[in-house]
Design a protein around this ligand. Structure first.
Ligand code: ADP
Ligand code: ADP
Ligand code: ZN
Length: 208
């Protein structure tokens, strides 16, 4: 395992999950993703209610719940790609108390493209592999190439919830992007083009 500590920032649908998979394979890193961890615990009772109540509405799950997920995952990781966290300034401040980062990559994709990417996203119910009905279709419609599992649409990938998630992103997470920009640690990468093209750009940043 190598010890890169990479933060991948970007709006919902920018390709963070897609690129994280490539990065963890290429550099042998842990993938730390609050979204997947929360989806696996959607019905967990917390003093704030269940994560699913927030996720299905497109709102942020309360900080104490996500901070706990991240701190536990960081304890077990040498190198990592952090994806989907921090999503507000409070989480960014908490993170800075827990670990240093080598690089912060911001995946830049325009708004209307994000809506298309998210509403066409399909994920495997069994292994979590991600597809897109137009941009990255499976060989057989509705069936995972990797494991034969069933492809489903996430409950929050419907148009109304997508628009709310983009609003929440602009309100809460854009200030996080500005925070890292001001610190001088942010590298912007053009997130348009094929996933392979985007990955080549990220690799240049990490190895440059
Ligand atoms: P995020 O984790 O940032 O929300 P995902 O990696 O899940 O984003 O990608 C969102 C959707 O867009 C998925 O359906 C994925 O297949 C598709 N996608 C990812 N990267 C690209 C790309 N470079 N061009 C077109 N579609 C993409
Ligand atoms: P996306 O593919 O849109 O980037 P994620 O899978 O990262 O989505 O997140 C899905 C949902 O999980 C979010 O809309 C939010 O409700 C919740 N979530 C994920 N990460 C966080 C976080 N760091 N803070 C608060 N809520 C989070
Ligand atoms: Zn699968």
């Amino acid at each position: 395992m190598s010890d890169h500590r990479i933060l991948l920032l970007g709006p919902p649908g920018a390709g963070k999950g897609t690129q994280s998979t490539r990065l963890t394979d290429e550099y042998d890193l842990d993938h730390i993703t609050t979204g997947d961890a929360l989806r696996a615990n959607k019905e967990m009772e917390t003093e704030y209610g269940t994560p699913g109540e927030y996720m299905d509405a497109g709102e942020l799950v309360p900080d104490p719940v996500v901070n706990e997920i991240v701190v536990t995952a960081l304890e077990d990781a040498d190198g990592f790609v952090l994806d989907g966290y921090p999503r507000n300034i409070e989480q960014a401040e908490y993170l800075s108390e827990q670990t240093d980062l080598d690089v912060v990559v911001f995946l830049d994709v325009p708004g209307e493209e994000l809506v298309d990417r998210l509403t066409g996203r399909r994920v495997c119910d069994d292994c979590g592999a991600t597809y897109h009905v137009r941009f990255d279709p499976p060989e057989e419609e509705g069936v995972c190439d990797e494991c034969g599992g069933e492809l489903v649409q996430r409950e929050d990938d419907t148009e109304d919830t997508v628009r709310e998630r983009l609003r929440v992103y602009r309100e809460n997470t854009e200030p996080v992007v500005e925070h890292y920009r001001e610190k001088g640690s942010l590298v912007e990468v053009d997130g348009e083009g094929s996933p392979d093209e985007v990955f080549d750009r990220i690799r240049d940043v990490i190895e440059g």
